[in-house]
Ligand binder design. Structure first.
Ligand code: ASC
Length: 149
């Protein structure tokens, strides 16, 4: 019995580790607020890295590393707020009808944010500049396809 429980517990841990961030919402508007809040936090830290990458702000390695860490973690969240029935003014309906394509574009952003975070952690401004541009492209790809103008 103990052995079975241990196996079940291990299986549950494996499932949790494999799943992307999940969120549950009592109301559709909570899901909209959740994803918009996540995007806002992303934009803040992405903007901070961008200011340093472009020289508009002095390069601060510790700040860049912290921005990258938050960016990589928060990047995984917004997609979980696009639950059924949670349409909004900003989001095109295609998000719900082209689920797989939307997920892929979102995944590209998550991966780019991870690389930008690694670059930021390295403290090498040149690496930050390169990966910042790649990440910006993934933001834009989604805006072009799925954000209402
Ligand atoms: C930002 C921000 C975005 C992206 C995007 C990149 O700083 O808030 O949504 O960059 O403009 O194309």
């Amino acid at each position: 019995m103990k052995k079975m429980l241990t196996a079940a517990a291990l299986a549950a841990v494996a499932v949790c580790a494999a799943l992307p961030a999940q969120a549950q919402f009592a109301k559709a508007e909570d899901a909209v607020a959740y994803r918009q809040g996540a995007y806002r936090v992303l934009a803040h830290h992405f903007g901070s890295l961008g200011a340093m990458a472009s020289g508009k702000a002095p390069f601060d390695a510790a700040r860049a590393a912290a921005d990258g860490e938050v960016l990589a973690a928060i990047a995984k969240l917004p997609a979980t707020g696009f639950v059924a029935g949670a349409e909004s003014k900003a989001a095109k309906p295609a998000i719900w009808t082209q689920g797989e394509k939307f997920k892929q574009i979102d995944q590209n952003m998550i991966e780019a944010a991870g690389k930008l975070a690694a670059a930021a952690k390295s403290g090498d401004l040149e690496q930050i500049k390169a990966t910042f541009g790649d990440t910006a492209k993934t933001c834009k790809a989604c805006h072009d396809e799925y954000r209402q103008k």
